[in-house]
Design a protein around this ligand. Structure first.
Ligand SMILES: Nc1ncnc2c1ncn2[C@@H]1O[C@H](COP(=O)(O)OP(=O)(O)OP(=O)(O)O)[C@@H](O)[C@H]1O
Ligand SMILES: [Mg+2]
Length: 181
C-alpha cells in the first residue's frame, strides 16, 4: 500500500478506536504512565508535544501534569504560508484557541521557540525502526531534519505497519506502544 492509502486506512482505525471510549482511556493512561517514567521525561525541561485531536492519544491531561511537574511545555505554532512549524509555550490549558486552519494552538503572547530538549512526535503509521507517516504536511520531517533533540512517540499497536520510507522521512528514537484488543 502506498503512503497515502496507509495514512487514510490508519486514520480510520484510530477513529474507530476512539469510539471505544473506555479502551482508549485505558490505553492513553498506560502510555502517559510509561512516558512519565522515562529518563527522557525526567531529564527534560523544555518539552514539545501536540494538542491532540480526538482520535489521537489524549495529550491534554499529560500537558497539565507536565506543567504541574514544573516543566516548560511547548505546542506547535504553524506558519502555513512558509510551511514551517515552531513551538509556543503553553503555561495554561485555558489559553487555547483555533489558528487560521481551525487547529488548536496557544492564543496568548508567549515564547515561540524551536529549542526543545524533548519532542513527543505525533503520527499515523509507524514502522519498527521508528519511521513515521504523519498527516502529509512534512512539518515534522522538516522540523526534525533541522532541530535535533531526543524524540519519542506514543502509539497504539495497530498504528504499526511496514511502509516504503522516503529520503526526507525522519524517524523517532523511541516508540512507546499500547496493546489494544
Ligand atoms: N526537510 C524538508 N524540507 C522541505 N520539504 C520537506 C521536508 N521534509 C518533507 N518535506 C515535504 O513535505 C511533504 C510531505 O511529506 P510526507 O508525506 O513525508 O509528510 P508526513 O511525514 O506525513 O508529514 P509530517 O512530517 O508533518 O508528519 C513532501 O512533499 C516532502 O517533500
Ligand atoms: Mg514523512
Amino acid at each position: 500500500m502506498d503512503k497515502k492509502s496507509l495514512r487514510k486506512k490508519h486514520i480510520q482505525l484510530m477513529k474507530s478506536f476512539m469510539l471505544n471510549e473506555y479502551e482508549k482511556q485505558q490505553a492513553d493512561q498506560f502510555l502517559a504512565n510509561q512516558f512519565f517514567n522515562t529518563n527522557e521525561y525526567r531529564a527534560a525541561s523544555r518539552i514539545g508535544i501536540v494538542l491532540s485531536m480526538p482520535h489521537e492519544v489524549n495529550t491534554y491531561t499529560m500537558i497539565q501534569q507536565m506543567i504541574d511537574d514544573g516543566k516548560q511545555v511547548f505546542v506547535p505554532e504553524t506558519n502555513y504560508q512558509l510551511r514551517e512549524m515552531s513551538f509556543k509555550h503553553i503555561d495554561d490549558l485555558k489559553h487555547i484557541g483555533k489558528d487560521d486552519k481551525g487547529i488548536n494552538h496557544v492564543n496568548t503572547n508567549t515564547e515561540i521557540s524551536s529549542d526543545l530538549d524533548l519532542l513527543v512526535v505525533p503520527g499515523v503509521v509507524f514502522n519498527n525502526d521508528g519511521f513515521r507517516i504523519g498527516y502529509g504536511g512534512g512539518y515534522f520531517d522538516k522540523f526534525l531534519s533541522t532541530y535535533h533533540q531526543p524524540t519519542l512517540s506514543l502509539i497504539y499497536d495497530f498504528q504499526l505497519n511496514d511502509f516504503q520510507v522516503e529520503t526526507h522521512d525522519q524517524p523517532v528514537e523511541k516508540l512507546i506502544i499500547a496493546t489494544t484488543r
